[in-house]
Write a protein of this length. Sequence first.
Length: 244
Amino acid sequence: MAARLGDGAWTDLADAPTLVVVPVGSCEQHGPHLPLDTDTRIAVALAAGLADALAASPATPSSLPTARVAPAISITASGEHQGFPGTLSIGAAVTESVIVELVRSADWSAGVVLVNGHGGNAGPVGRAVAQSLAEGRRVHSWWPRVPDGDAHAGRTETSLMLAIEPSVVRLGDAVAGRTEPIAALIDDLRARGVRWVSPTGVLGDPAGATADEGRALLTTLVDDLVRSTRSWWSVAARPPARRA
């Protein structure tokens, strides 16, 4: 079971290098069949998968530090879903600022990995990481990419949630939404919001979603997250070059 940062005392961290893994989710509508915190639950599951995978790896001189999963950032930039009850958003600028300050506050750690579960956070997370790197901090971000996956509350997210926490999935309420590629909808989504584009809030079709498909997808995504984190660490862990 993944080590949770919040379960420890400060003395547990005083002498042991720690990689802080921060799930970044959202509180926004996910159609009539998925919970508002779907993105957060998925990000937490992926972050835990990373921590578990690193803990199970044989120790080597190039191993990553012990990973601990921090409490999730669960209210972020969800303005595009504002037309639906239940959605909470702090906007892109505040989300970016929160992440910058969080990374600054983690200077005691060996580094920070941001596991982003919400596509609307891509801009704020990217800018926050750029700012943090410019300040000389060790930080890495990742978010799940699913080839041919649907955009929002469709088969992809429904399968993941059936694997992670099936008790909160209401398959009987699931309906298909707009199924065009996201590129064909993006201008209207940005200009008018999700509710104008899809009154149900679904961008995709949940039909065919299964827990088995979700578990297979989770495995694939965690494997990619582990590879990405190891690749980042192989560079981030190097001592800075000496200046002539």
